[in-house]
Design a protein around this ligand. Sequence first.
Ligand code: F6P
Length: 361
Amino acid sequence: MYKQIGVLTGGGDAPGLNAVIRAAVRTATGEFGMKCIGIEDSFEGILGDPKIIKLTKKSVGGILSRGGTILGTRNRGSFCKIVDGKLFFPEMPIEEALENLKKLEIEALIVIGGEGTLAIAEQFRKHNFPVIGVPKTIDNDLSATEFTFGFHTAIDIATEALDRLHTTAASHDRIMILEVMGRNTGWIALHSGLAGSADIILVPEIPFSFDSILAKIQEREKSGSKFTNIVVAEGAVEVGTQPIYLDPEALRLGGVGSHLRRRIEAATGKESRCVVLGHLQRGGSPNAFDRMLGTNFGACAVRALANGQTGKMVALKAGEVITVPLKDAIENIKSVNVEGQLVRTARDIGISFAAPNEAKL
Ligand code: F6P
């Protein structure tokens, strides 16, 4: 059994991070009698002069419902580079991190993060340092788990936004566009679009045709609905084009909503407005599901370490938390299945994805 383990959070924050930290600390210090050290600001906390805090049952009291992460996080660490249009971590000074972990008497790590953070965790496994990953992201784009924590809170927030946009759109006979996050996947747009009664859902997995958007607006006009609600994922692309970036150098997506607003207003003559939900989807208190999932992930991650597992990630499969190899977890991004049940259901109830051949589907 390890005497002392370290916990860190990496990547963009997500509601439920503190639930994982709390459960990990309570499980480690309670049932297994291990000490817990919190590493601050992701892997940065074990480079150079380490930044750490002691975690006890008392110090994690009252954090379950709190947004963000008490440990701090980074989604572009000092060693992160953009190579060929992709975030890459070639410079992670793993030897320095291992040396510091030794000095700090940290014998194993729980790494809570998304794809990039878990890819670094895998490097620790390769250097025979015990590590268990916990999948986090509001984008829900990690392939080895059915859900990541943070996602359900994000879709609750996007759904509420759509509900609110609905009444103002209907009152003014306007086209309202809600731009949501999700990187290069459309999970937030798809789930909130279904729950929030969008008329058009635009996701990166189904490149859209501008004519199909106009056709859906016209179809609604003809049937007497003078307003249209559109939810667009930040990574959505028009057929034959590339995603729109707020900051291409830093690979920060954003702007597709405003771009569409201008074109729709010009093409239809109808007033159109765009709302970018942005970081409201990430901040604040986690919902009940994310508190529950984060708690279960945190406790299961510690049990996995205590049982001698390493190089694994906890994952949700058919309602149970299991462990899967970290390398499987980071190999592929989980995209929306364009032939899947949710897309089919959306189409069956009259939602358009504005695909070029949408009318025939
Ligand atoms: O991966 C989570 C996420 O919120 C994405 O949906 C979004 O594209 C990105 O992070 C935003 O990152 P930042 O916080 O750096 O603006």
